[in-house]
Design a protein around this ligand. Structure first.
Ligand code: HEC
Ligand code: HEC
Ligand code: HEC
Length: 139
């Protein structure tokens, strides 16, 4: 998150405005996102942690820019509300939900536990962030 933000700011411009650099620093310190997730990610932790796995971080935007909404929300069958899907690991391994693509063909397979179960312990199901951007355009 931090490095991405920085990479969008032309460095010479920052050099001219030390005040802006400080404000940016303060902004970054105040940014409430946990380091394990970025804006718009969906935390899925209905069962994972209870079952001894770390919460799942689903990078929604990473997927949204690659697939049309209906691929997942019609064809794969994901309900369109965070926390509303009942997903068992057996379903995924059998090719449902995430496993429709994470099958070692379309994308890497379900053996890569830590790539999905990457959330910090204690994260609750829900969307990280909200409908408005937390980015620099806000101030
Ligand atoms: C492609 C993403 C993905 C991968 C890879 C993955 N999981 Fe999951 N897993 C999920 C999702 C999504 C859930 C649902 C989480 C929830 O609702 O809390 C889940 C749930 C679980 C659960 C709790 C539900 C149940 O069926 O008991 C366990 C245990 C689990 N995973 C273990 C594993 C293990 C072990 C691996 C590696 C062998 C693994 N997962 C790999 C996405 C993944
Ligand atoms: C690769 C699959 C995939 C694609 C593509 C996808 N979504 Fe999602 N979407 C999900 C999953 C998984 C969830 C979380 C469901 C849960 O928590 O049970 C979700 C959650 C949501 C939510 C509720 C969380 C939030 O951010 O408010 C909305 C709204 C949503 N999707 C809209 C869209 C739209 C609009 C598109 C297309 C631009 C889209 N989705 C594309 C899989 C996808
Ligand atoms: C419609 C197909 C599709 C579905 C459904 C899908 N994914 Fe993916 N996912 C992909 C593809 C394609 C990639 C990119 C794989 C690569 O780079 O090799 C990816 C990458 C990822 C990544 C890595 C993102 C990164 O920054 O590299 C994670 C984490 C992930 N998926 C989790 C999930 C979880 C969890 C679910 C279910 C809730 C899910 N995906 C459902 C297609 C899908």
């Amino acid at each position: 998150m931090t490095s991405r933000l920085r990479s969008h700011i032309p460095l010479p411009a920052l050099g001219l405005f030390p005040g802006a650099v400080m404000m940016l620093g303060v902004f970054m310190l105040l940014t409430p996102f946990p380091s394990s997730a970025e804006y718009g990610d969906v935390v899925i932790n209905k069962r994972a942690e209870q079952a001894g796995m770390r919460p799942v971080i689903f990078p929604h935007w990473f997927h949204r820019i690659r697939f049309r909404c209906r691929v997942c929300h019609t064809e794969v069958g994901f309900e369109i509300r965070a926390g509303s899907n009942n997903i068992l690991m057996a379903d995924i391994i059998e090719g449902r939900f995430c496993g429709k693509c994470h099958n070692n063909k379309i994308a890497w397979g379900p053996q890569n536990c830590q790539l999905c179960h990457s959330g910090l312990p204690g994260l609750e199901s829900g969307v990280i962030g909200g409908p408005t951007t937390g980015g620099p355009s806000k101030w």
